[in-house]
Design a binder for this molecule. Structure first.
Ligand SMILES: Cc1ncc(COP(=O)(O)O)c(C=O)c1O
Length: 393
């Protein structure tokens, strides 16, 4: 049976990780892999997470099954973190999911059950796994314009023109904040214009929120979700706790369906639970228990918010430092777009051969599109990085 299968090429990011790991140069820089790192280059367990884990260890009395929707307390706290008190809770049904990816996959299954011929419109470009993941589940996908590589900026007018032509009932996939890979988010007035258009054209917003807290703050970053939820009868929101809680491998996220009324929300919940039962039965508990412990305890929660604030500040500082260093090293080139971006990513805006030369000649690693993970920059390597970039320009 297995002899019918053909081997697939290894994932570009995994290949890059392996190449970086085997590079013996001490000055090498990794801007590829999409995880947060400290100035010491570590992806640490947050202090608030450690404390929550200790509490769980001491107080947990059972590991019995929790059900397909996961932990109800986690779901409530996670829902409040995303929607605040702005949306009537009975209109929303929330499930704990195995990371944001699991949430996206369950959302895709539910959309297919509800409307098999619906198309999900996604930004061009978008997160590298959106199309494989949602398309692999069976959804129709089409792109809308989002970013111009030449001017290194959003193409909001083109985006709006396309949204204006999307058929009623289709879904619009939006990055809640810290757009991956461009780092370019809509302004509040652009979100307003977009939300009005989405509501007028009876489209369904499908928000992927993988970086809450990394753009402007935990509360500030859910602005588009609150805005949209107040304007449309139905929407889907997927969140990930991988980045803002640093729980990458514990696989924790959430999936919320905002419905027009409580009755529909109950129907959607029954369908979503049934869907999960047929896929992975129920989500893993440990990560969600940590998040529940943190969000439900005021002092742990405050500590976590401060830790997220710290990660966000470091990312912003590194963007500012890199642009300043590039102004010195490559004064004829404009990299100011790097400073305008939010979160961990943005495109540097250099060519594939230049990316290749950076790797070969300088030990600076990034994916071919020149998307960089700003978390790979430190006060110790920023000058070397700017000099290396200047060298290949
Ligand atoms: C935009 C976006 N959505 C979803 C995810 C999935 O995250 P998770 O690790 O929680 O599955 C990521 C992770 O990089 C992402 O960047």
């Amino acid at each position: 049976m297995f002899s019918t299968l053909e081997a697939l090429p290894s994932d570009a990011i995994l290949k890059l990780i392996a190449e970086h790991a085997s590079d013996a140069r001490s000055e090498k820089v990794d801007l590829g892999v999409g995880v947060y790192r400290t100035e010491q280059g570590e992806t640490p367990v947050l202090a608030s997470v450690k404390k929550a884990e200790r509490q769980i260890l001491e107080t947990q009395t059972s590991k019995t099954y929790l059900g397909s929707g996961g932990d109800p307390e986690f779901n409530l706290l996670s829902q409040q973190l995303t929607f605040g008190d702005d949306v009537a809770a009975e209109r929303i049904t929330t499930l704990q999911t195995p990371g944001g990816s699991g949430g996206l996959r369950v959302a895709a299954g539910l959309v297919l059950r509800a409307r098999r011929d619906a198309t999900v419109w996604h930004s061009n470009p978008t997160w590298a796994n959106h199309v494989p993941l949602l398309g692999g589940a069976g959804l129709n996908l089409k792109p809308y314009p989002y970013y111009d590589y030449e001017s290194r900026s959003l193409v909001f007018d083109q985006m709006m023109d396309r949204v204006n032509a999307i058929p009623e009932g289709d879904l619009v996939l939006l990055h809640g904040c810290c757009h991956n890979p461009t780092g370019m988010d809509l302004s509040q007035s652009q979100w307003k214009e977009l939300a009005e258009r989405i509501a007028a054209r009876k489209l369904l917003p499908f928000v992927d929120m993988a970086y809450q807290g990394f753009a402007n703050g935990i509360k500030e970053d859910v602005y588009p979700i609150h805005l949209l939820a107040g304007m449309v009868p139905e929407m889907i929101v997927v969140t990930s706790c991988s980045k803002n809680f640093g729980l990458y491998r514990d696989r924790v996220g959430s999936l919320s369906f905002v419905c027009s009324n409580a009755e529909t929300a109950a129907t959607v919940r029954s369908q979503a639970h049934n869907l999960v039962r047929t896929m992975y039965s129920m989500p893993p508990d440990h990560g969600a228990a940590i998040v529940r412990e943190i969000l439900g305890n005021p002092s742990l929660r405050a500590e976590w918010v401060a830790e997220v604030d710290g990660m966000r500040a470091r990312l912003k500082n590194m963007r500012v430092s890199l642009v300043a260093a590039l102004r010195r090293e490559a004064p004829d080139h404009d990299f100011s777009h790097v400073e305008q971006a939010n979160g961990m990513f943005c495109f540097l805006g250099i060519s594939e051969p230049q990316v290749e030369r950076l790797k070969k000649d300088c030990g600076v690693y990034m994916v071919n599109s020149s998307r960089i993970n700003v978390a790979g920059i430190t006060p110790g390597n920023v000058d070397y990085l700017a000099k290396s970039i200047a060298l290949v320009l």
